[in-house]
Write a protein that binds this ligand. Structure first.
Ligand code: MG
Length: 307
């Protein structure tokens, strides 16, 4: 238990009022407003003095000290029920993201992660951020740290053989991804049955209504408090962690497949991939591509010129 006092400007007070809007309680005499979260009580005065009390007083105060919240535009959902309030990123939430969708070789992987509010500063300190800005070895190192920090997560792999079967039976890649996100989130929810979370953030890859339609076609419904955010890995630490775990799983699978076939399978879908496909066909024949590639990609045809 610790108390923290901050001195803020009028503009910052207004931002705080908006940020904590849902948690306002009756304000004591002489104060401007009082907020009660699960683990802190915040009392603000017109003078700009803000008192943080309770178990997580330091965490709550740090949000304002570092200026992070100040930099954010704090807006309420702009009419869409699937756009979260910015404040969700600072509270306990689940995030999910995928990898491998644009790569010819290798599976699609999806990871979902639950981040407790009290662990957000630790994860930030570890350097958890968007996997797109990191090298594969840095990603692996960070993924290991996430696992060591005992963060609840689930990761799923859709093997190429199954991917190709689903694709040939008419499933779009979007539908596969939607189902994988849904199941990964379900697994995480099962791991945290006695913990509270304010919402689920999916790194948006299609319109929410399309996502819901994919689920409906398999008799599933959208989990409660689900939100869709584009470039979510740069805003939500849970999505950032999920992107690292999904990418790590994908890289591990690529290493494993490369060992199995005895060829270094390149990532992406560029010319190097086309050349490798030709080499693969010369060794194993075309049929065998279904075990390690997304065969409906145009690369399958493009490889012909190297045969
Ligand atoms: Mg993504």
């Amino acid at each position: 238990m610790s108390n923290q006092v901050l001195k803020v400007t009028e503009e910052e007070l207004k931002r705080m009022e908006k940020y904590y809007g849902n948690n306002m309680v009756a304000s004591p005499p002489g104060s401007r407003f009082r907020v009660k979260t699960d683990s802190a009580v915040i009392t603000a005065y017109n003078s700009g003095k803000v008192l943080f009390q309770g178990k997580d007083a330091a965490i709550e105060a740090a949000k304002w000290k570092t200026g992070e919240v100040k930099q954010l535009k704090i807006t309420d959902s702009n009419g869409s029920p699937y756009t979260p309030k910015e404040s969700l990123f600072f509270h306990s939430h689940i995030g999910s993201d995928e990898a491998g969708t644009g790569d010819y070789f290798g599976p699609i992987t999806v990871a979902a992660v639950f981040i407790e509010e009290s662990k957000i500063p630790l994860l930030k300190k570890l350097g958890i951020r968007d996997s797109k800005t990191l090298t594969d070895s840095a990603i692996k190192r960070l993924a290991k740290k996430i696992i060591e920090a005992e963060i609840p997560y689930a990761s799923l792999v859709l093997p190429n053989e199954k991917y190709n079967k689903l694709q040939q039976s008419g499933w779009s890649q979007g539908k596969m991804k939607a189902l994988m996100h849904h199941h990964a989130i379900e697994y995480v929810k099962k791991k945290i049955t006695n913990q509270q979370y304010d919402g689920i953030i999916i790194d948006q890859f299609c319109q929410p209504d399309v996502y819901k339609r994919y689920l409906r076609s398999e008799n599933l419904t959208l989990q409660e408090k689900t939100f869709f955010v584009t470039k979510a890995e740069s805003k939500s630490i849970a999505v950032a962690a999920a992107s690292l775990l999904a990418r790590t799983k994908f890289v591990d699978e690529m290493d494993r497949l490369s060992r199995v076939v005895g060829l270094e399978l390149p990532k992406g879908a560029g010319q190097q991939v086309d050349k490798t496909i030709a080499r693969f066909i010369q060794i194993y024949g075309r049929e065998k591509l279904t075990t390690c590639a997304k065969i409906h990609f145009a690369n399958t045809q493009k490889a012909d010129k190297y045969l």
